[in-house]
Design a protein around this ligand. Structure first.
Ligand SMILES: O=C[C@H](O)[C@@H](O)CC(=O)C(=O)O
Ligand SMILES: [Zn+2]
Length: 279
């Protein structure tokens, strides 16, 4: 099997208050997503999102089911969003090839069977994905950056000037519960998602990339009045429970992919917390 998977149980905020650094990282940080010719998948019990990465080098990599799913095919009861975070590549869905330029996204609906992540010439295509349970089949569709709903937020004066590209969002593509997008911090800006927020109706995963190898992001999590931090490197991801803020400050600018699943598809459903109210 070319899929390497782990399961993370859901956490209670009262319990996580007592976590030390190692325990915080064990529960919320996904350190490795990319390994040559392997699909890595982390199944979190927070809304049953699967967070994963594929790095095909020698040959196309198949998206296989794994025992926790108890399904013949990965997407028997799921939908998936894939974003190319490496060099230009392609994904094959039941014989149909979808070319994916860097940062282009592919939504694949429930029921698709044979899915392959294809190699790029230099073996540099990297595919990041989020998959959520689905009860309806929406059409498979590629979404380019020009089709995304794009907003510019923040200001250099607040060190948080950023472009948010809502790629898999209900104004652009139909999904059951998945939403994904790409946020690019502009040069000199390091803070994402400030003011921070929670959304008890959805969990979220953050995947940090385009971060120089010798730089790091300090990711903040926890209940607004009881925050914790985790230091994150390039190409690592964070699981953010519904009760947790999710925000970060880098030692340089960077890009990240946010992905959500849960009760609604309302991106603007956020309970914002003023910076002065965080503890
Ligand atoms: O619920 C929405 C997500 O946390 C992100 O879209 C926030 C984000 O990209 C940002 O403000 O930088
Ligand atoms: Zn959020």
């Amino acid at each position: 099997m070319s899929i390497s998977y782990t399961v993370r149980h859901a956490t209670h905020p009262a319990d996580s208050r007592n976590y030390d650094t190692a325990k915080l990282r064990e529960h919320f940080l996904i350190e490795q997503l990319f390994e040559a010719d392997t699909v890595h998948a982390t199944y979190t019990l927070h809304d049953r999102l699967v967070v994963g990465g594929a790095h095909p080098v020698g040959q196309p990599l198949k998206l296989e089911s794994f025992p926790t799913l108890r399904s013949e095919y990965f997407l028997d009861r799921r939908e998936i969003g894939i974003i190319n975070v490496g060099a230009a590549g392609s994904v094959t869905v039941d014989g149909e090839i979808y070319e994916l330029a860097p940062k282009e996204a592919l939504y694949i609906g429930k029921g698709a069977k044979e899915i392959y992540f294809n190699t790029s010439e230099a073996g540099k295509a990297l595919y990041y994905f989020n998959s959520a349970p689905a009860h309806h089949t929406y059409p498979t569709r590629k979404v380019s950056l020009s089709e995304a709903e794009t907003v510019e937020l923040g200001a250099l004066e607040n060190s948080n000037h950023r472009i948010i590209r809502k790629v898999l969002i209900n104004s652009v593509v139909e999904t059951c519960q998945l939403q994904m997008g790409i946020t690019e911090l502009q040069p000199g800006s390091v803070w994402n998602t400030m003011p921070a927020h929670t959304h008890d109706r959805r969990m979220e995963a953050y995947f940090y990339f385009e971060l120089p190898e010798d730089q790091a992001v300090c990711h903040f999590m926890g209940e607004p009045e009881e925050t914790r931090h985790l230091w994150v490197k390039n190409n690592q991801a964070i699981i953010s429970p519904p009760w947790s803020i999710h925000s970060g400050a880098g030692t340089s600018n960077y890009t990240f992919i946010w992905g959500m699943a849960g009760e609604n598809l309302d991106y603007n459903d956020m309970d914002k917390v003023a910076p002065t109210d965080l503890k």
